[in-house]
Design a binder for this molecule. Structure first.
Ligand code: PLP
Length: 299
């Protein structure tokens, strides 16, 4: 018997009947661990790392962010440097050179209880998704965005598995023909600001300067965001890490969204065209710089 923290006494049993996927099965035959807190509570954190020509891009920044995410949710006993080694080994075993790697750490299995049992040990799952090699000189992708209310929790700096609000917003965007939903948060002080995309950071070009939300608890400190801002500063462009309103965003000269897998020019937000309605010069330059970085293995 396992004593749960709430006083209920029960132990998950693999031979117990459960109902899953339309039939009655033994818990142990369900195909996944029913008691995994990653499944029952979305209790876990993750990273997405890109490999180009066999090399992990900006992997130190991903390892550092994974370390911060793990610490923020008190997920202990995992060394992110070990995830990097396992990820490299997966690339080798699959024989792939260009891929996206998912590194996922969930709290682990325990009898379902809101209180985390101190004895629960994390589950580490890594998998790869192969893709075509990057071709330098590829034009920047373009697409429309919609605005959506940011209803996520207030620890968006943690790359957590609590992805349902983002996924629902992105699904609505996709059904409206848009590539991203740009989230707007009504903050406790009465202000309302653009935070980020559902799985991207948002950078606007306003009067010749790059504007993006500060890397605080309202946004994920994107690795791509940091690489692009470092590049912009290195070439002498002005960068303002400050909140902006949806009105400012819609009136911007250029808007881009970025993540490990993309730098995309946003050509309209809702019914408002951005600039001339096509990728602008700053976005094209940042995209070209990003392709060079990933191919060159910089970071
Ligand atoms: N913001 C959110 C909410 C994300 O989920 C992601 C990536 O998945 C990003 C920003 C971009 O982060 P990165 O550039 O590290 O991929």
């Amino acid at each position: 018997m396992t004593a749960s923290a709430s006083g209920l006494h029960y132990a998950p049993r693999d031979d117990a009947w459960v109902f899953h996927g339309g039939s009655f099965v033994r818990a142990g035959d369900a195909g996944f661990n029913l008691h995994e807190r990653g499944v029952t509570f979305g209790d876990g954190v993750y990273e997405v790392v890109r490999y180009d020509a066999g090399r992990a891009f900006a992997v130190d920044r991903h390892v550092a962010r994974m370390r911060r995410s793990l610490a923020a949710v008190a997920l202990e006993g995992i060394d992110p440097a070990e995830l990097e080694r396992h990820s490299d080994e997966l690339m080798r075993r699959n024989g792939w050179r260009d891929a996206k790697a998912y590194w996922q750490v969930t709290r682990g299995p325990q009898p379902r209880d809101f209180v985390i049992d101190a004895r629960t040990r994390p589950t580490v799952t890594l998998w790869l998704s192969p893709r075509e090699p990057v071709v330098p000189g590829t034009p920047v992708a373009e697409g429309a965005a919609v605005l959506a209310e940011d209803v996520r929790w207030l620890r968006c700096d943690v790359k957590s598995l609590l992805l349902m609000p983002a996924s629902l917003a992105r699904t609505r965007a996709s059904r409206a023909g848009a590539v991203e939903a740009i989230l707007v948060r009504d903050k406790a002080d009465g202000s309302s600001h653009v935070t980020e995309g559902t799985s991207t950071n948002v950078i606007a070009v306003i009067r010749g300067r790059l504007v993006t939300h500060p890397a605080d608890r309202y946004v994920l400190a994107g690795v791509t965001r940091s690489m692009l801002l470092d590049h912009a500063r290195a070439v002498g462009w002005g960068v303002d890490e400050r909140p902006m309103t949806a009105q400012e965003l819609c009136a911007a000269d250029e808007v881009l969204v970025c993540s490990t897998t993309q730098v995309t020019a946003i050509t309209s937000v809702g019914s408002e065209p951005i600039g001339p309605g096509a990728a602008g010069p700053v976005t094209r330059a940042l995209h070209a710089a990003y392709l060079k970085m990933v191919v060159g293995g910089r970071g």
